[in-house]
Design a binder for this molecule. Sequence first.
Ligand SMILES: [Zn+2]
Length: 469
Amino acid sequence: MSIDEDLEFPRYWRSLDFEQLNREFPPPPEYFRMVYRMPREQLRAVQDKRFLQTVARGWEIAFFRRHWGKSGMQPGDIRGLDDIAKIPPYSVHDIRESIERNPPFGDFMGIAPGGEHPIPLVLHTSGGTTGMPRPMLYAPQDREVMCILSARRYAMQGMRPGDKVLATLSLGLSNGGFAARDAIWKYTGAVPVMTGSGASTPTRRQVEIIKHWGINVVLGFPAYLRHLAIVARDELKMDPRSFGVHMLGSHIGVEDRAKIEELWGAPCYDSYGTNESGMMAADCEHKTGMHINEDAVILEIADPGTGKLVPDGEKGTVYITTLYRYGAPQIRFNVNDISALLPAGCPCGSTLKKLDKIYGRNDNMVKLRGANVFPEAVGVAVSEDARSNGEFFCIVERVGEDARDEMTVMVEVIDPGTHGAAVQADLERRLKEVIGVRVTVSPVERGALDSYTGTSQTSKIKRLLDKRK
Ligand SMILES: [Zn+2]
């Protein structure tokens, strides 16, 4: 064995001043008496300082220098948070271009593997429905604050030391499962049990683990939480309400929360996070809107057409600015998710502004004869119908001599022989009301859509195939 003694092997535990970081970004329980209730002026001062640090960091990164330079922005133009709207937003298309221009990881991160003084890095990805997934390298500071932000969410929603947490989020390239694991393990005292999606651990086995190991918190996307409960009830003849689960953590958006809560006999909480920006907002037990981690992130809502900021309560596309990231800050990243800001105010006493639910996510929207259609909205209508188990899949294609765009919504019906025709008629009418265009509903048997959606196999469930592309 020969090794160059001068070679620098970085140590994670030396890479940060953890005590200092915990003072700056308090984890639970300190979070609840500090940031959570901070007077607005004091919070604004914290944001202002961190925003200017973030912009200064942006100038060190080639992507931002190029993007800002194109709009004529100069260092010094941004003197505080009041100037934020002067900064040109960017979207995932700009990130893809950055990656193409500078393969393999792009020039938007300001860090890279190796170098003379390497720092401990980890790579996860987002997206990937078309082409290569987008890489994201996390520096220790980025990863650690993300853990704290997630831990705040879990504690706010009732997770406590000693809880046993089933995390059904995917493991692998995707960040989902690992972000949850790191946060729970390092900052909550609860124990993550990483089953992953149905592809990593079959759903029946997941149910057995919940029962036999006394799991009392379950994390997962709404469709999988529903699937788990239905497999327990219908296939294993167990009542999920008898398991003693006291908290369900999810990204609910417009899905039917009440249905999931009824299946499990436990509250289900919403949250909003991305691979790039971490956990940004989450419900408290009162479910009045998601409290935003305002010391770590600034969320703005803009009109998707004009880019103009819209007043609180009005829907638009979400712009994200992170206030804690070293590796890859996001500075007015137009993530194209649809939501609205809500003013502070909640029986829990938090002074933080809130985010309304996510009405639709960027990659999912399709244009259908001039209307913007989110599969999420289709899902709401489907789940309202008790004759269906909530599983659906949309196919968009161009048909006929006149090349008309048509969407077919396949829906799993519990007893298609008896109810198929009625479900078709009722849902076609309801969907016309909800999304504004006429679509065709096709009732199918239970389980028939699994090969399209991947519900039993993946936590990144597919709801749409656009054959026009
Ligand atoms: Zn609250």
